[in-house]
Write a protein that binds this ligand. Structure first.
Ligand SMILES: C[S@@+](CC[C@H](N)C(=O)[O-])C[C@H]1O[C@@H](n2cnc3c(N)ncnc32)[C@H](O)[C@@H]1O
Length: 260
């Protein structure tokens, strides 16, 4: 008999329309669904109604369940003929500790399937019309986390990050964004570099504030999941036009495709 299997599934940035088909199919097949806080309600509603649901959600600084406990829970749940879906916001392998879960499961002889999801950087940028790379403006993009463990200082490659031709996307940066801005400016990035502060991206509650790098620390985020996109690409598209972004899909398209 094959060893048991856990599906480590990316739920994308919030909007259920941005799930992969594979994620949606697995949600419908799930016997057990282990999810975290950032998974949108609309995504959870797609899951098998008979599935056992376990919320291991974490709010900033308040762990509902420690990572080690989550790892152990997944090992306990894994069983032959049981579809165990571990659903994580965005992509499981981008700042989601999915790698730790995969390693732990594999060490216990459990197979792991990883289903990628649209990470917040890609979802939020598309949703507000920011091309993360753009010929002549940005030839690379970097994803960094502003989160530090305990009292650790935030040590990033400031020299490399303060490159006007790199788009920088900061996850979990709210507590440190003032320091991040100061360090980037201190390493030569212009204080007028445009920034988009995107909270609750790809959801009906999405909020976007555009500002300059030297003013970003003053933007309130209200404790909501927030992403910072820093770089010249933020101003490529005329945002007043409101012609770009992820739009609610016309349900008639699904009927035509036979999914209605
Ligand atoms: C623990 S990380 C998880 C990232 C996730 N694995 C991904 O690929 O998007 C959580 C951080 O991602 C960002 N984030 C996730 N979803 C978001 C959303 N819908 N809008 C804005 N930021 C989001 C925020 O910076 C949040 O603090």
């Amino acid at each position: 008999m094959q060893p048991p299997l856990v599906h480590l599934v990316g739920a994308g940035p919030g909007d259920p329309d941005l799930l992969t088909l594979r994620a949606a199919r697995l949600l419908q097949l799930a016997d057990v669904l282990v999810h975290d806080r950032l998974v949108g309600q609309g995504v959870l509603e797609l899951a098998n109604p008979r599935a056992r649901r376990i919320d291991v959600g974490k709010a900033a600084g308040r762990h509902a369940m420690a990572q080690q406990q989550i790892n152990e829970l997944l090992v306990e749940l894994a069983a032959p003929d049981r579809v165990v879906v571990r659903l994580k916001g965005g992509d499981p392998f981008v700042f989601g500790r999915g790698g730790e879960e995969a390693v732990h499961l594999l060490r216990h002889g459990i197979r792991v399937e990883v289903v990628p999801g649209i990470t917040a950087a890609l979802g939020c940028a598309a949703s507000v019309g920011i091309p993360l790379t753009h010929r002549g403006l940005a030839r690379s993009v970097r994803f960094v986390t502003g989160h530090c463990r305990g009292d650790e200082a935030l040590e990033l490659d400031w020299e490399g990050l303060a490159d006007p031709e790199t788009t920088l996307v900061v996850y979990m940066g709210t507590a440190q964004i003032g320091e991040i801005a100061d360090r980037l400016i201190g390493h030569g990035l212009s204080p007028t570099t445009p920034v988009a502060v995107i909270s609750d991206g790809c959801s009906p509650a999405q909020r976007v504030v555009r500002c300059a790098l030297d003013g970003v620390a003053a933007v309130p985020t209200g404790g909501r999941p927030t992403l910072y996109v820093i770089g010249r690409v933020v101003d490529v598209v005329d945002h007043e036009a409101e012609l770009v972004g992820v739009l609610p899909i016309d349900p008639r398209l699904f009927e035509v495709a036979g999914h209605g």
